[in-house]
Design a protein around this ligand. Structure first.
Ligand SMILES: Cc1ncc(COP(=O)(O)O)c(C=O)c1O
Length: 442
């Protein structure tokens, strides 16, 4: 094995690290991982409080999944997507069995962004319409189409991007332009969508595409009537409903898929991340029987060399077994209550915490300069993440990895985390939030 200094030097010299200013990357050479922990070359342990990029749902190096990948590798590493193979059909069936009612057929992809690209294509093909409605605080992936549909600032450098996207406001109670200061949610965010539909032309809109629960834009849990009301609008105007469950799927929120909290069946659902917990890259788009029938007798002009890769599907089947055998979906729901209570303790102790919110094991800690004005501690979309980096680095120094963007920390550990590990992680957050409190006062 190479020594850590060589890995770091060669990384600096030969690797372009995504989403980063190369000269500012903090290099941590990771050598191995287990459960909720990963380890660097010096043997230092890090508790993973965000499941990397919120995908390592079953934790690291689960022996059953590692064995399934090995076994598949011995038998068949690769076959093209027009051939049948066991792990792909089994995984497709297993996903259909736990998906919202009516969702049946899956086209597999290599990750979330390609899943969303194909969701958009299928919606446009089926309806013959072009426009897609999405939300400002959303992310749907890094390729051109998905990036254009996403609302957050990651799209800015690549604009004008793919045309035909119309964005609406989010059901973001804490900063809602309609009801953030009202005693109750007024659901005007849905009336606003209907108004946008009128102005854009109902017969021009192919789909409304929403994250089940918004992830990297701040774990925004919609009010209870939101999804059913959006479903009603879609039915009223013949618009397809797409739920992007790439981050919120596979137990993250305490249900298999987030929309199941509100008993809503989308026409199209996309997934990735938790389907294999990152062991091998995989994503997919699952469509309703109605859409599947539409594609029965006409060519589907889309695909990928690695759609339904046998190794990835073997990891997917093994992940599904682990979710079921270890009751991880239910576990996320119950442990989520403990997590919520612990994080609310942080709200009590730290004036810089404006709000904690979440569902299952998917939580946000939103940092503000002042609780009255709700001014973000780091302005959203500012060129630098400022003090948030200091907070995350201080956590890393203490052996805690936590993901965050600008003024929001996202707490989403593997669903296998123990209560003791939860408490340890929150106690480290408690220490490093002193940095946020000081910055808020400054
Ligand atoms: C909601 C959502 N959709 C899509 C994606 C893109 O997935 P991938 O990075 O696998 O392409 C992400 C990634 O973070 C996501 O959070």
């Amino acid at each position: 094995m190479l020594d850590a200094a060589t890995v770091e030097r060669e990384t600096r010299e030969y690797v372009l690290v995504p989403w980063s200013t190369q000269s500012q990357v903090r290099h941590i050479p990771v050598t191995h991982a287990r459960g909720c922990w990963f380890y660097d070359a010096n043997g230092k342990a890090y508790l993973d409080f965000s499941a990397q990029l919120i995908n390592v749902n079953i934790g690291y190096q689960h022996p059953k999944v590692v064995a399934a990948i090995k076994e598949q590798a011995e038998r068949l590493c690769y076959i093209g997507p027009t051939f049948d193979h066991e792990t792909r059909s089994t995984l497709a069936r297993m996903i259909a069995e736990v998906a919202p009612p009516g969702l049946k057929k899956t086209m597999f992809t290599t990750g979330g962004t390609e899943a969303n690209e194909n969701a958009i294509k299928i919606a446009r093909m089926y309806t013959g319409r072009q426009k897609i409605i999405s939300r400002f605080r959303s992310y749907h992936g890094g390729t051109y189409g998905s990036m254009s549909v996403g609302g957050d600032s990651r799209r800015w450098p690549w604009e004008p991007g793919v045309p035909g996207v119309v964005r609406v406001f989010d059901p973001y109670r804490y900063r809602c332009p309609f009801c953030s200061r009202a005693a109750e949610c007024t659901l005007q965010c849905v009336s606003h969508i209907e108004e946008v539909i009128w102005y854009e032309g109902p017969d021009q809109i192919a789909a409304i595409m929403l994250e089940g629960v918004t992830g990297s834009n701040g774990v925004i849990v919609p009010p209870p009537r939101y999804w059913p009301e959006v479903r009603r609008l879609c039915d009223k105007y013949g618009i397809l409903l797409i739920s992007d469950e790439v981050m919120s799927g596979f137990g993250r929120t305490g249900k298999w898929f987030a929309v199941q909290h509100w008993d809503v069946a989308p026409d199209i659902m996309t997934f990735a991340k938790g389907v294999t917990s990152g062991y091998v890259p995989l994503g997919g788009v699952i469509i309703s029987e109605k859409l599947a029938r539409f594609l029965d007798d006409r060519p589907f002009p889309s695909g990928l060399t690695y759609a339904g890769h046998p190794l990835a599907c073997a990891a997917g089947v093994a992940n599904m077994q682990v979710y079921k055998e270890e009751n991880l979906i239910e576990r996320a729901a119950t442990l989520g209550q403990t997590m919520g209570a612990l994080l609310k303790g942080l709200y009590e102790r730290h004036p810089s915490v404006g709000e904690v919110r979440g569902l299952g094991l998917f939580w946000a800690v939103e940092l503000v300069r002042d609780r009255g004005t709700r001014e973000p501690l780091v302005p959203w979309n500012a060129p630098s993440q400022g003090v948030l980096n200091d907070i995350r680095n201080a956590a890393l120094d203490r052996g805690l990895y936590v993901y965050g963007r600008w003024n929001i920390l996202i707490i989403a550990p593997p669903l296998t985390i123990t209560e003791e590990e939860l408490r340890l992680g929150v106690s480290i957050l408690d220490e490093v939030l002193e940095i946020a409190d000081r910055a808020a006062k400054a």
